[in-house]
Design a protein around this ligand. Structure first.
Ligand code: ATP
Ligand code: MG
Length: 623
């Protein structure tokens, strides 16, 4: 072997470029981050040929003096940290002093920069990292970096670049992530001389609608939660509405875009049963964390971070999210469905007209309403002669206010209704005269009721399913007695496969309230049933449930109890087509709102849809 020698800088730079600069989008990301760090309030990104010919980022930030302009393409030259300690509390996106050196070593690199007090700007041109030209030039305050012919001197890398469509998509996604994280910055993007967007206002709704489709932002729930350890701000989609979409989750730590499986999984779990099979909820989530508690110096493209203590971040993040998800009014509004279907792709970006509405980051959207507010609005608008239950008068409860306490109103209401009352009415309360109650059944299928802002439509079957599902889970998990003895036990003849499944879930069925005794080789004697099983259905309900259980097991790979709760609720719920009395409807709505998640059935379908007066007015041309 030869003797060890230090590599010249040019070689070292090119080696580190291999890690930092993987494709044109890496260049865009690094330049944009520099512009943000420079305090820019306006950033223009221009690319040609999907960044292969040109990536240019122009900002109105602080600019650089001549010395700095020379230094910035040197390796480990940075203004952002001065000691190793600074790495512990980074508040800038850059810190390694490596990006520009790496980029300049594998491209034709031009820098134009001017500080506010400088008389003129300065232009520096490099090729493969070597200075070719230096001269004063006219320039506005700020910096413009142009990177041409990326990898011109590393043909192997250039050859492995993907198609323009793919490379451009990476660039676009990367810029989009920053545009959504920095509403206070004006962003413009141009590709092959065509303007893609020019956001002049800081209106987040405008940006979200632009990237994800008209009306999209209205279908989101804004979250704003906080504890001693972290802050959580952002938007998530109402469940039951979203089809699977890729690239629709953006996580930020201290406004740095990151990828993190732990956070993704926590989000997925917080939604839990609200999601249909393998659905991924849309999320744009900003976590704020003490900078000393995260290490950002762990990934060449700064795309991953390491938490001091993974578990405690999860332990903080998950309940905040879970709580936020649980408390929100997730019912979809009419009209937004179309927006969802027409998710915008970057190909069909249209020129946009912008409103001049100015909003700060803090007041991006009014907080979404909560479940209690919706229930309250229903009670007062649909049953005007009935007083609100005392638990609701006790005080306002808001998502923010009661962060670490269980909400008394909801907890109280949960346990008020004896389960068997749904189809027998509820005599315990003062009666609203039928004329007063603004509740109707439509085609024996939907329940319509008046709420303060308009109306809500409830699907009676899935609503009841949600009620029964939660009840089943509670009964099984907490050993709640739930069985009623049958006066005349019934014998059911099962098929062999049905009997096998019966054996497998026999214990759980017992917990649920079925009192069953095997009888002969494949028969079962039903001696008791759960309270909610409809009269007359004792004979076939067991077979129906077993069938549903088998389908769920094959399709959804559900855990035993979860599966059983779903099968049970699905097969026992009142069907579409069944006529309900006013009392039954009232009781169902009350019980629905006492569930943890009234908006989505256990299979992920929406339960409640709202139509506002405003929407009606618009449809009828009144507005
Ligand atoms: N757009 C800009 N405006 C003002 N100064 C800039 C700009 N871009 C770069 N600089 C200066 O050049 C230095 C080097 O930039 P470079 O991106 O190479 O490193 P960094 O941002 O410090 O760290 P990292 O390698 O993590 O990005 C920066 O520290 C900053 O002082
Ligand atoms: Mg940088």
């Amino acid at each position: 072997m030869q003797k060890i020698a230090r590599l010249p800088d040019a070689v070292a730079n090119r080696i580190s470029a291999g890690e930092v600069v993987q494709r044109p989008s890496s260049v865009v990301k690094e330049l944009v981050e520099n512009a943000i760090d420079a305090g820019a309030t306006r950033i223009v990104v221009a690319v040609k040929d999907a960044g292969k010919e040109l990536v240019q980022v122009l900002d109105n930030g602080c600019g650089m003096g001549a010395d700095d302009a020379h230094l910035c393409v040197e390796r480990f030259a940075t203004s952002k940290i001065t000691s190793a300690d600074d790495l512990e509390r980074l508040d800038t996106l850059g810190f390694r002093g490596e990006a520009l050196a790496s980029i300049a070593s594998v491209a034709h690199f031009e820098l134009k920069t001017r500080r506010i007090d400088d008389e003129a700007g300065l232009l520096l041109r490099f090729e493969g990292g070597d200075l070719q030209e230096e001269r004063p030039c006219p320039a506005e305050q700020g910096t413009s970096v142009s990177v041409r012919n990326l990898f011109y001197n590393v043909p192997a890398r250039r050859k492995f670049l993907k198609t323009n469509a793919t490379e451009f998509k990476h660039i676009y996604e990367s810029v989009k992530a920053q545009v959504l994280a920095y509403p206070e910055i004006q962003w413009k993007m141009v590709s092959d001389d065509e303007q893609l967007f020019d956001f002049r206002s800081s209106d987040m709704h405008e940006r979200l609608d632009f990237f994800y489709g008209e009306g999209f932002s209205e279908s989101l729930v804004e979250l704003r939660e906080e504890n001693d350890f972290l802050t959580l701000f952002g938007y998530v989609a109402k469940p039951g509405m979203l089809k699977r979409q890729k690239n629709d989750q953006l996580f930020y730590i201290n406004r740095r875009v990151i990828q993190n499986r732990m956070l993704q999984q926590a989000l997925q779990q917080a939604y839990g049963e609200l999601l249909v099979e393998r659905q991924v909820p849309f999320a744009l989530l900003f976590l704020g964390l003490d900078t000393e508690k995260v290490d950002v110096n762990v990934h060449p493209a700064k795309l991953e971070v390491k938490f001091d203590d993974d578990r405690s971040v999860r332990n903080m993040f998950y309940p905040l999210l879970k709580r936020a998800v649980r408390l929100q009014d997730f019912s979809p509004d009419v009209g937004i469905g179309e927006g969802f279907q027409r998710m915008k792709q970057y190909e069909d970006i249209q020129l946009h007209h912008h409103s001049s509405k100015k909003l700060g980051f803090q007041d991006i959207a009014s907080p979404a309403s909560t479940t209690d507010e919706l229930y309250r609005s229903y009670r007062s608008a649909s049953l005007p002669s009935l007083p609100l239950p005392p638990s609701l008068l006790a005080g306002e409860s808001s998502a923010q206010g009661a962060l670490f306490h269980e909400e008394p109103a909801r907890e109280l209401r949960r346990s008020t209704q004896p389960e068997a009352t749904l189809l027998q009415g509820d005599d315990s309360r003062p009666d609203a005269s039928s004329e007063d109650a603004k509740i109707w059944q439509l085609h024996n299928k939907y329940i319509i009721c008046q709420i303060k802002t308009g109306m809500m439509v409830i699907d009676q079957h899935v609503a009841h399913e949600r009620v029964l599902y939660e009840r089943a889970v509670e009964v099984m998990d907490n050993n709640v007695p739930n069985s009623q003895q049958l006066l005349f036990p019934q014998k059911v003849e099962l098929k062999t496969w049905e009997f096998e499944i019966f054996q497998e879930i026999r214990d759980e069925l017992g917990r649920l309230g079925f009192s069953l005794r095997p009888f002969g080789s494949t028969s079962v004697m039903i001696e008791g049933i759960p309270q909610d099983v409809r009269n007359g259905s004792e004979g076939y309900i067991l077979q129906d449930m077993i069938d549903e259980y088998r389908q769920n097991a094959a399709k959804l790979k559900l855990e035993k109890r979860e599966n059983l709760a779903k099968s049970y609720s699905c097969r026992n719920a009142i069907m579409a087509g069944q006529k309900l009395s006013l009392e039954e409807m009232r009781s169902l709505i009350d019980r629905l709102f006492a569930t943890r998640m009234p908006y989505v059935c256990p299979h992920g379908r929406p339960v409640i849809i709202k139509i506002s007066l405003d929407q009606l007015d618009r449809m009828f041309g009144r507005k």
